[in-house]
Design a protein around this ligand. Structure first.
Ligand code: NAP
Ligand code: G3H
Length: 484
């Protein structure tokens, strides 16, 4: 699976149940975001190898779909068990590769094994339906439709760096349980974690060809994969620009896109401000804000703003900042370019009159948690997704203004509303244009069986265990015509 040259491990890609070096002879060096040194190399595979992998997947899928559901379930249960067995090894790689604390990395692995088990159980309890012909005017009792879900074929799973195991398995598990084969393209920064996760699947004895891991830069092989005629469905998680590009290229196949966000935390003047601040800080700064669901702006009523901002400042200054190896909450961003981008948003806001209350300090790609007060609509940070530890506070004078500001965003993933007035909470939730609204809680994806939806620039289609299975299958109707 790996070769070691000058102490640097070179990871192979996985196709047709075998670990292979690419015939391209090219590899990509993966550097740790916080160690500032390479931690391994992955294969940069060629178009010819992409073709072969898709061919293997197509060949394996037919037999897999014919297996009993219980049989498929057993492989997936074994995969979940192997992930638990390998939790320390995989967590260590996640930490080194994407700079997530060891505790969060281990939680990601365990969350993934729970996700896989729940996916199996959901699938085991999904049944088709039947319809009688005579329920339609003029229809005949002698016609009965049997409606079942059938797999789509080969699913292309493309995942982002920030949850390199969980968001990959969240595509692979529903695809496999419902009888599909998978071409898995991990984020390049995250590919080693993805490879370790697939090692667990290999150990579980998954039949060859069903899951193939394609490593290589999205900018090099992405378009080729997306436009490939052998792909029957794409499940993508990543940035909005990448998702929009992909949607324009993929023709006549189902797509599920989970994209960026600019989730607002709306704080009414009647909110419990200490409680709201706790959720906002955890929502905004966990893993340095590198979560699609991070709270990325606060829209606070002007009467509560000074008090909220004081609490936020005090609590943000208590956050641990530094290395993921020390379990810090705020850790170096995934690369220098991301840190430059976040710093650019902070600088732009300050130039235009925002007041930095804490943070605005940088050490390479480590950005200290930054609170910006008096952010206004002419500032980029009011609208753009930082994917970093900066929290803009925008003061509003009414619920209507908060809703208007929230909805003017190009994104529509989630929003939080903090208030003691449940009627007002529902009234605001009703008007917010996002996939989900959290009342008195931080924006977040889980529990993972809840539907997870991005609207506008935040996505297309629905994830969440049952919904993911549905998205990777289609209905098929067989009509029984009973002879008179
Ligand atoms: P990204 O740069 O868009 O990359 C995502 C994936 O797309 C990677 O595997 C990347 O490969 C691949 N890719 C790049 N160019 C491609 C192309 N032309 N065709 C096909 N695939 C291509 O996103 P990221 O930086 O990894 O993740 C951060 C973003 O993801 C944020 O915007 C965040 O909000 C979003 N996100 C959304 C959700 C959600 O559920 N809504 C969850 C997590 C993250 P390479 O790595 O090789 O470039
Ligand atoms: O980054 C996007 C993830 O789907 C967010 O998951 O809310 O559990 O951190 P999370």
């Amino acid at each position: 699976m790996t070769t070691e040259v000058l102490n640097l491990l070179t990871y192979e890609f996985y196709a047709n149940g075998e670990w292979k070096e690419s015939k391209s002879g090219e590899t990509i060096e993966i550097r740790s975001p916080y160690l500032n040194e390479p931690i391994g190399k992955v294969q940069s595979i060629s178009q010819e190898e992409v073709d072969e992998a898709i061919h293997f997947a197509q060949a394996a899928q037919k037999g897999w779909a014919e297996n009993s559901l219980q049989d498929r379930a057993n492989y997936l249960y074994r995969w979940a068990d192997e992930l638990v067995n390998m939790q320390d090894e995989i967590a260590e790689i996640i930490m080194k590769e994407v700079g997530k604390s060891l505790k969060d990395a281990r939680n990601e692995v365990l969350r993934t094994s729970d996700f896989i088990r729940y996916t199996v159980e959901e699938a085991l309890h999904m049944h088709g339906e039947s319809m009688k012909g005579d329920s339609f005017p003029g229809g005949s009792k002698s016609k009965i439709a049997i409606i079942e879900r059938v797999p789509l074929g080969v699913v292309l799973a493309i995942s982002p760096f920030n949850y390199p195991v969980n968001l990959s398995a969240a595509k692979i598990a529903p695809a496999l349980i419902s009888g599909n084969a998978v071409i898995f393209k991990p984020a390049t920064q995250g590919a080693i974690s993805g490879i370790k996760m697939i090692e667990a699947l290999h150990k579980a004895g998954l039949p060859k060809g069903l899951v193939n891991i394609i490593t290589g830069r999205g900018s090099v092989i992405g378009d080729y994969l997306v436009e490939h005629k052998g792909i029957n469905m794409i499940s993508f998680t990543g940035g909005t620009n990448t998702g929009v590009r992909l949607a324009k290229k993929a023709a006549m196949i189902p797509l599920v896109l989970e994209l960026g966000g600019k989730d607002p935390g709306i704080v009414r003047e009647d909110a419990d401000l200490k409680e709201a601040a706790k959720h906002i800080i955890s929502g905004a700064f966990s893993y340095s804000g590198q979560r699609c669901t991070a709270i990325k702006r606060v829209l606070v009523h002007e009467k509560a703003a000074d008090e909220l901002v004081d609490i936020l400042k005090e609590e943000i200054e208590k956050l641990s900042v530094g290395s993921p190896e020390d379990g810090c909450t705020v850790v170096p961003l995934i690369d220098g370019g991301s840190a430059d981008f976040v710093q650019g948003l902070i600088d732009d806001a300050i130039e235009k009159g925002a007041i930095p209350l804490t943070g605005n300090r940088r050490d390479r790609n480590l950005i200290y948690p930054t609170l910006l007060d008096h952010v206004t609509e002419d500032m980029r940070v009011a609208w753009e997704e930082p994917f970093g530890p900066v929290l803009p506070v925008i003061r509003v004078s009414s619920d209507e203004e908060a809703v208007k500001f929230a909805n003017e965003s190009e994104f529509g993933l989630q929003a939080s509303v903090f208030t003691k007035d449940i009627n007002k909470a529902f009234a605001i939730a009703d008007k917010i244009e996002t996939g989900s609204v959290q009342i008195n809680g931080r924006t977040e994806r889980g529990p993972d069986h809840f539907p997870f939806i991005g609207v506008k620039g935040s996505g297309l289609g629905v994830q969440g265990i049952r919904k993911s299975i549905e998205s990777m299958t289609r209905e098929k109707v067989t009509v029984l015509n009973i002879a008179d």
